[in-house]
Design a protein around this ligand. Structure first.
Ligand SMILES: Cc1ncc(COP(=O)(O)O)c(C=O)c1O
Length: 398
């Protein structure tokens, strides 16, 4: 297909819900993407947080190849080996409990919302979430999302959600009523601009939830699977959530979502209360098992690399802040890094793209760097070199 035909067919046949760059990609390997003209790009935002192992990791591909010739789909009223193995891996690496498999982050969060309501038994149903959060686009997850811009035009939204400022324990405690059943938040807000929760804040939340019998739900759709330098971000805070949602990097590039529920309350969901036709299918589970295998075989090296390279990148960016006054703040955890600018971030994104570097800009002025966990110092230096040139181009006098 010619480039012109591809753009034309997108225009004619695909609903216009995305703002797209005029780039057509045909290949991905590790940290690199190749476009239709054969130009390669260094990808510092692989798959919006999906490709934590880089594009087309051999372990993920091997899992898919192995399964595809045996069994592609089997409904959830039967059993298959990969689902059992994957649930066991998730529980082994997180906390004792049980897993429900969905197909995306929004669906995992939707399952968490339904679970909390079931736990409240109709007497308690309110869920407290935080400003600048992002939980997905389905109606429940969208209402939980503390950003009115995404909700505009979709009223009426479901009842039973309250939103308070992130990292403000008193505001959250004051919002609890006798109808409250859960608190839901990202330990590091991603789409909201890389806002890291304070350790004390999270520990106070844990105590509050214990005192009031509230479910503490961590949305680890973006922070999970090593992104912050720990397998799951909750491990940084010295607490364990009651519910955790996963998606993005779990499937190594294939669509999957998961709700993890602690053992003592897992019986809240009974047969027939929730379901998914495709959730936890054999091929996707084998891909996810490939992700676990790669992380396990690295014997902690990949997580260590995420911590070390994250620190290195943040240090270098902090040095850059001295040079460019447009950089307001550098923040992050592991390889989940945000650079807040006092100028529009889109031209910086555009300049980086022109120079062969893919990054992301969220909230209008926060640049996100989220390279694969196995990124090298050389690749980081290359990306930082391009980023510096882009800043100099866009904001020369700052
Ligand atoms: C923290 C968080 N939760 C949920 C979602 C929704 O995931 P999905 O797009 O797979 O529905 C996202 C997506 O960016 C996310 O970052």
């Amino acid at each position: 297909m010619k480039k012109h035909d591809i753009f034309e067919d997108y225009g004619k046949y695909i609903l216009n819900t995305y703002t797209r760059e005029k780039l057509i990609f045909v290949k991905g390997k590790g940290m690199r993407l190749t476009d239709i003209d054969g130009r390669t790009y260094l990808d510092f935002f692989p798959g919006w947080g999906v490709a934590n192992l880089g594009h087309c990791h051999p372990k993920v591909m091997a899992g898919v190849r192995d399964q595809i010739g045996k069994l592609i789909h089997i409904p959830n009223n039967f059993y298959h080996p990969p689902q059992a193995r994957l649930a066991k891996e998730i529980i082994r690496t997180s906390f004792p409990g049980k897993v429900f498999f969905a197909n995306s982050g929004a669906e995992a969060c939707e399952a968490a919302i339904k679970f909390a309501r079931a736990y409240g038994q109709g007497k308690r149903f309110e869920i407290i979430t935080t400003l600048k959060s992002f939980h997905g686009r389905t109606l429940g997850a969208l209402t939980a999302t503390g950003q009115p811009k995404y909700q505009q035009g979709f009223a009426p939204l479901p009842e039973g959600f309250k939103t308070v400022a992130f990292n403000d324990f008193d505001a959250l405690a004051a919002a609890v009523t006798d109808k409250t059943v859960a608190v839901m938040l990202e330990p590091v807000q991603g789409e909201g601009g890389i806002n890291v929760a304070g350790k004390e804040y999270i520990q106070k939340l844990r105590r509050l939830c214990d005192e009031k019998d509230l479910l503490l739900i961590f949305d680890e759709v973006q922070t999970g699977m090593g992104r912050t330098g720990e397998m799951y971000a909750f491990k940084h805070f010295g607490v364990t959530p009651d519910l955790m949602t996963l998606a993005k990097a779990l499937g190594g590039g294939l669509p999957i979502g998961a709700l993890v529920v602690k053992e003592s309350i897992a019986g809240t969901f009974k047969p027939g209360m929730h379901a998914s036709t495709f959730g936890g299918g054999p091929v996707i589970c084998k891909a996810a098992l490939g992700v676990f295998k790669a992380l396990q075989q690295s014997r902690g090296k990949m997580l260590k690399n995420a911590r070390d390279m994250g620190r290195y990148t943040m240090d270098k960016l902090t040095e850059l802040k001295e040079k460019f006054r447009c950089i307001q703040e550098v923040r992050g955890l592991g390889l989940m890094i945000g650079i807040e600018l006092n100028v529009d971030g889109k031209p910086v994104f555009d300049e980086c793209l022109k120079r062969g570097l893919i990054i992301n800009c969220t909230q209008g002025n926060v640049i996100r760097f989220m390279p694969a966990l196995n990124v090298t110092q050389r690749q980081i230096n290359q990306a930082l070199g391009i980023f510096e040139k882009a800043l100099a181009e866009v904001s020369p006098n700052s």
